[in-house]
Design a protein around this ligand. Sequence first.
Ligand code: SF4
Length: 137
Amino acid sequence: MKKNSRKVAVFACSGIGKPLGTVAREIGYELTERVRPDTTVLTCLALLVINDPETQQLITENPVIAIDGCSLDCAKKSLEANGAPLVKAYQSIDFFKKHKHLKPEGIAELNEAGQKLAALAAEELAGVVDDLLREGA
Ligand code: SF4
């Protein structure tokens, strides 16, 4: 990716079996598909496990946002272990603590509250995307 086409790479944890893991993935979709489609790219975390060269290049040449579903921080730790120099890391619960009336439920499919929580979180992260790209301009 050329310098003038820098984007923020977004990675969500796999979050299997946990509503807050599903929220993490949904935040990734909301952020990259609805809120900042032109300046972000959502990428599969597992590509780091297989040392995919394009993904390695993406995370070393661009700022990264990690969104995790629990305190094990799999996305954040995988990115750091793979040499990403600039990672802004979040957990779904950070957003739930701010919006406690939106209790996420469901795993394969989130309830309405969980979807609203993901949308609000993505809107908050839009400012982070803008700041990261401005700082690196
Ligand atoms: S951070 Fe938690 S929810 Fe996400 S993949 Fe790791 S263990 Fe699962």
